[in-house]
Design a protein around this ligand. Structure first.
Ligand SMILES: [Zn+2]
Length: 432
């Protein structure tokens, strides 16, 4: 591996340590969709077991998965084709769940249980609390402790809004974990994704990073320096879940229609985070390559400083946004600029309808173009780095400075886009 490539890998993997883009997608999805007529007026639907869905629709799903693969090969640049051995066989009724997940190239060990996430501040009686150990594939459950999950029974009724908002967070619970040949997992060897292109393998959720980040707008010289940068896959996931949701709606399985659509929303929302669409926000190509040259002659100080800088800013902005938003719900605020930004529909139409082109040329492009500005605003507000510490709460930082206000205003802009792209994707999923 050349040093030029190794530096870029180093930068990327350190910049994604433990990061999951917007922390908890459920919180933002509730206000984004609560007043959308298609969801507000939708009747509750019955929870259907995953096995029942697969049993009833096996034949149709086999055809759909074949079409998805043809579409991906024809339309997604740098797409790693699915091995033929992963074709979904609906006649193998004993292993439907595992076979289907593997054929979707998802982690077959995800629990896929039945629950909803309530907003912070909603009281869930102890008898209805969903055990957090059954949510994800992770061993570290510290984050889940702060959130609020309610058990659902199969055949009970649940609102489409709750299904969508809950499912929008789910891809961070293990869907894309361990899918590479070097992931140390049984399934990773057969998926056809090759070796993990970036992400620090010492961390249990690093292997999902290439699925949740989309570097579609870097300078050509950067791609030339590290081909691994092209190997990001959120576009693939968005298409898979969009077509799967439409299929479930069309064949009369609304619970799964909403849940699959929610999974797709996750990837749309991740790409509204500029640090997920931009390799090194605030670092020009020339500077990136210059630092590479000086690190070759043994001066690593600049390289390490750059890595730390990007990683710190990425972590700080996400945690700050989360703590701010969490406090809005905890304090039962109903009229806050942040809440209004999520539900503001005024910009939706201007983006056009969600389609294949939208992912790269509308959603990721907008986010990528905002990266430098966001980065410089973070630079200007020193106190934001306090949010590197996950114990710090919104109320702990008392600050009325203009620099803080500039960050808050910019987050409002980002959340407005989060809302608009979420609704545009959902509108596409509901067109079946
Ligand atoms: Zn994510």
């Amino acid at each position: 591996m050349s040093k030029k490539i190794s530096i870029l890998i180093f930068i990327v993997y350190l910049s994604v340590l433990g990061l999951q883009a917007w922390t908890d997608h459920t919180l933002g999805t509730y206000p984004t969709l609560a007043n959308m007529p298609e969801i507000k007026d939708a009747k509750p639907v019955q929870v259907e077991s995953f096995e029942d869905f697969l049993k009833k629709e096996g034949q149709g799903l086999a055809v759909l998965l074949k079409e998805q693969e043809e579409f991906s090969r024809a339309n997604i640049p740098n797409y790693p084709p699915k091995p033929d051995s992963l074709v979904f066989d609906p006649s193998d009724t004993k292993n439907l769940r595992k076979n289907f997940l593997i054929s979707m190239r998802l982690n077959p060990n995800i629990p896929l249980t039945y629950y909803i996430q309530e907003l912070p501040g909603v009281n869930v009686p102890k008898s209805e609390k969903f055990p957090i150990e059954n949510l994800s594939v992770y061993k570290d459950l510290s984050f889940f402790n702060r959130m609020n999950y309610r058990t659902l029974k199969v055949k009970s009724n649940v609102s489409p809004l709750a299904i969508l908002a809950t499912a929008a967070d789910e891809p961070d619970y293990g869907h894309d974990i361990g899918l590479y040949t070097d992931s140390n997992s049984e399934h990773g060897k057969e998926m056809g994704f090759g070796e993990q292109p970036f992400g620090d393998k010492r961390f249990e959720y690093s292997s999902q990073a290439p699925f949740h980040m989309g570097f579609y707008h870097e300078a050509s010289i950067v791609y030339a320096a590290g081909g691994f940068i092209k190997r990001t896959l959120p576009e693939y996931r968005m298409n898979q879940f969009l077509t799967l949701a439409r299929f479930a709606f069309k064949t009369g399985h609304p619970y799964w229609g909403y849940r699959f659509a929610g999974w797709g929303l996750h990837f749309v929302q991740d790409l509204t985070q500029p640090y997920h669409t931009t390799l090194l926000p605030g670092v020009g190509t020339t500077r990136m390559l210059w630092i590479n040259i000086i690190s070759k002659i043994g001066l690593d100080g600049s390289k390490n400083a750059m890595i730390k800088r990007v990683a710190d800013r990425h972590t700080s902005i996400e945690h700050y946004q989360f703590e701010w938003f969490y406090s809005i719900f905890q304090n039962k605020e109903t009229d806050n600029l942040m809440l209004r930004a999520f539900s503001d529909v005024s910009g939706d139409i201007a983006y056009g309808e969600f389609n294949q082109d939208y992912i790269r040329n509308v959603l990721s492009k907008e986010s990528n173009e905002r990266a430098s500005e966001l980065d410089s605003k973070i630079e200007d507000w020193e106190a934001i780095y306090k949010f590197m510490d996950y114990e710090v709460r919104y109320e702990d930082i008392k600050d009325n400075s203009n620099e803080k206000k500039a960050i808050d205003d910019y987050l409002i802009v980002l959340m407005k886009s989060f809302g608009a792209h979420t609704r545009n994707y959902l509108r596409a999923a509901l067109k079946y």
